[in-house]
Design a protein around this ligand. Structure first.
Ligand SMILES: Nc1ncnc2c1ncn2[C@@H]1O[C@H](COP(=O)(O)OP(=O)(O)OP(=O)(O)O)[C@@H](O)[C@H]1O
Ligand SMILES: [Mg+2]
Length: 542
């Protein structure tokens, strides 16, 4: 169980959550929702005991498993497999067994070998007693369901992509929570921040099933509506403008209806308040004409002002970023071509002999399963990485804009303002300020370091950087990840109206529909085909 009392959370001087009490216990499956930057990640981190609240207290009883939104740093020299097994302390035991085993086969001295045999026997006994064999196969099952094949499990964490590392963390947490080897029920509380972000459709389906069957508590932050609909039995809505957490003890579907009703009521209240304020202002104006009533008039005017100020604050909550893409600079007929691209990491061949030509204004979708090399292809095209063979060639007037899935284009130690200056060195300060404003960055937040931005805010900042670039070929790697529904809609409409060329990698069928692609490139073969609606199923699978 996790309980919190008098909880107050802040971001800089802004209050995200004030004087809040909450409790999570076995059987609770809670969906934590709210706009980008509302404070969901901050809340979960504090509940996990990895962040300090501004005020209040959090108490833990029992085990918990926390998946942060960003990949953890930690020791990157351990293998993925050891990382997963370490959740139940089996990694060192297994490694010692392997050592003893090789000693047994290598040692020539009889007494020494006997000692190794005995040592192996002891270790093996302990391993078996801990349910090691069942646990090992349980771990393997979880990993394979999360799209982590054996060859990836053998790699060290440092060599994995951010997405793969998050999957390893998720596997580790679910492995710890499942305890199938011990045969007991799990009362672990799972705290998962956007667990589906780097998963393919099969893995997501499996995860939904796993979470639905989980008997301990669960708090999940997710923009995956289907996951929420299938898994959660309670919804917490975080509204940072009010500093409140609204509890809805109901399923996602019922919550949606309840929220719609609440919204209607709030809008009505807002309209009423506006009417009252207007009436007060009128009265004040009338009274103000009489010298004897000047004080009363002033008070009235002040009250009206206050009412309207409160309203502004609630309106702020509904504010939506106006996300747009750049006006493309003129260029030749085929601004980007690539020929015979191959890439391997060590002995692992990602793809070979990929050819492509991106014509001015053309729209292309790249499809392929997890690990097929979609991000790698974009990185090659964007010049972030060089190919083993083949070449990328810039056509006349090419201006590239690259949106990276893991926000590598942002300098995490620099402020929002420094980042945008760097991304758009030729744009005037006032224009940049306006641009940032339309992407919902203003005031104090301009001085915030990019590394401390929320997931959705990082996405917004990186996209803002593209706008001032006059790019005529956009390379977009999962541009709708992390965005709340309103901001995602904005990206989709920006995609619809952009007149330059786009090469898009996405798991989001809505993004593909918005793009209306003409062509599709299938990885790892690099086969090209005309787009047809049949491919839409593949988008989610990919
Ligand atoms: N050190 C800091 N200084 C100022 N503001 C901060 C700092 N760290 C975080 N914030 C702000 O706190 C707010 C809450 O962030 P948080 O990551 O909890 O949001 P979130 O609800 O998880 O958003 P998302 O849906 O985008 O992931 C954000 O506006 C973020 O910019
Ligand atoms: Mg977050």
């Amino acid at each position: 169980m996790i309980t919190a009392t008098g909880l107050e959370l802040r971001a800089g001087s802004r209050i995200l959550l004030a004087d809040t009490a909450l409790r999570i216990q076995s059987g609770d499956r809670i969906g934590l929702v709210g706009r980008n930057g509302a404070g969901k990640t901050t809340t979960l981190k504090v509940l996990a005991g990895e962040g300090e609240p501004y005020a209040g207290e959090v108490r833990h009883g029992g085990e918990l498993g926390y998946l942060p939104q960003d990949p953890r740093e930690g020791d990157l020299s351990v293998t993925a497999k050891d990382r997963v097994l370490s959740a139940r302390g089996l990694d060192t035991l297994l490694r010692d067994m392997e050592k003893a085993q090789s000693a047994m086969s290598e040692l020539v001295d009889d007494t020494e070998r006997d000692r190794a045999v005995r040592r192996y026997g002891r270790l093996e006994e302990r391993f078996a007693a801990l349910g090691g064999y069942a646990a090992e196969s349980e771990a393997a099952r979880i990993c394979s369901n999360l799209g982590l094949p054996d060859r990836v499990l053998a790699q060290t964490l440092g060599t994995l992509s951010g997405g793969q590392r998050r999957r390893v963390e998720l596997a580790r947490i679910l492995f710890a929570a499942s305890e199938a080897g011990a045969g007991g029920k799990s009362d672990t509380i799972l705290l998962l921040d956007e667990p589906t972000n780097h998963l393919d459709a099969d893995s997501i389906t499996w995860l939904r099933g796993f979470l639905k069957a989980h008997e301990g508590g669960l708090v999940v932050i997710s923009h995956d509506v289907e996951l929420l609909a299938e898994v959660v039995n309670k919804v917490w809505f975080l509204d940072a403008t009010r500093g409140e957490l609204d509890h809805y003890n109901m399923t996602w579907k019922r919550y949606q209806e309840a929220r719609a009703t609440d919204e209607k009521r709030r809008r009505r209240e807002r309209a009423n308040a506006e009417k009252k304020a207007a009436a007060l202002q009128q009265q004040a104006a009338k009274l103000g004409a009489k010298a004897t009533k000047a004080v009363a008039a002033k008070n009235m005017a002040r009250r009206a002002e206050q009412m309207l100020a409160n309203l502004d604050e609630t309106r702020q909550a509904d504010k939506v970023a106006h996300i747009k893409f750049p006006a493309p600079a003129p260029c030749g007929r085929t601004p980007l071509t690539a020929e015979g691209l191959s890439k391997s990491y060590g002995s692992l061949e990602i793809f070979t002999g990929v050819d492509l030509a991106i014509d001015r204004g053309s729209k292309v979708v790249v499809l392929g399963l997890n690990g097929a090399g979609k991000t790698t292809l974009l990185r090659l095209l964007g010049g972030m990485e060089t190919a083993d063979t083949g070449a990328v060639e810039a056509g006349h007037g090419l201006r590239l804009g690259y949106y990276a899935q893991e926000h590598e284009t942002l300098d995490h130690d620099a402020t929002v303002w420094e980042n945008i200056r760097h991304l758009a060195p030729d744009t005037g300060a006032q224009e940049l300020r306006n641009l940032l404003g339309s992407f919902l960055f203003s005031g104090e937040q301009l001085d915030q370091t990019a590394g401390t931005l929320s997931g959705g805010e990082k996405t917004r900042l990186a996209l803002a950087g593209l706008v001032s670039s006059a790019a005529n070929v956009l390379l977009l790697d999962e541009p709708t990840n992390n965005l709340d529904p309103a901001s995602r809609e904005q990206v989709l409409s920006a995609l619809r109206s952009y007149t330059g060329a786009v090469v898009l990698v996405t798991h989001d069928p809505g993004a593909v529909e918005a793009l209306e692609p003409e062509r599709v490139i299938l990885l790892p073969d690099g086969t090209e085909d005309h787009w047809s609606a049949d491919y839409l199923d593949l988008v989610q699978l990919a």
